[in-house]
Design a protein around this ligand. Sequence first.
Ligand code: SME
Length: 157
Amino acid sequence: MAEDLQIIIGTKEDQYKSLIPQIQGLLQGETDLIANLANITAALKEQFGWFWVGFYLVKDTELVLGPFQGPVACTRIKKGRGVCGASWAESQTLIVPDVEKFPGHIACSSLSKSEIVLPIFKINEVVAVLDVDSDRYNEFDEIDKIYLEQIVKMIEF
Ligand code: SME
């Protein structure tokens, strides 16, 4: 596949609809998990320009930082802690319009204002989460949930 991403201007849905087949192309034929996670974070960051996009991988009782795009971040998060640990513990996507109002939110950067975290499953077990942070309040909604869930389902763990 071509290594350059086609970035489009349009509604959030238009952007996801353009990006998803390109991500599919990036993953096609590549079996290395880290390579695929790395390219997904780059593609999302390039298209949407979000503040931080990255994966945390479940290792024993913690989430450990995986491939990401953005400023340096906390490396380990315990189950149930912060938005990421809560998403893992509850096995559900969490949309946080204002991170300061989320009890226990872990502030890797004070510039992060809103956040969405999606659990990623392998045979009903959470194996990782995708965390996306914005420097604007109320950035994420059901549209992001729907399309980001489609994207994480493409990943083979
Ligand atoms: N805010 C997250 C921690 C990860 S950073 O945002 C990259 C949380 O509360 O789990």
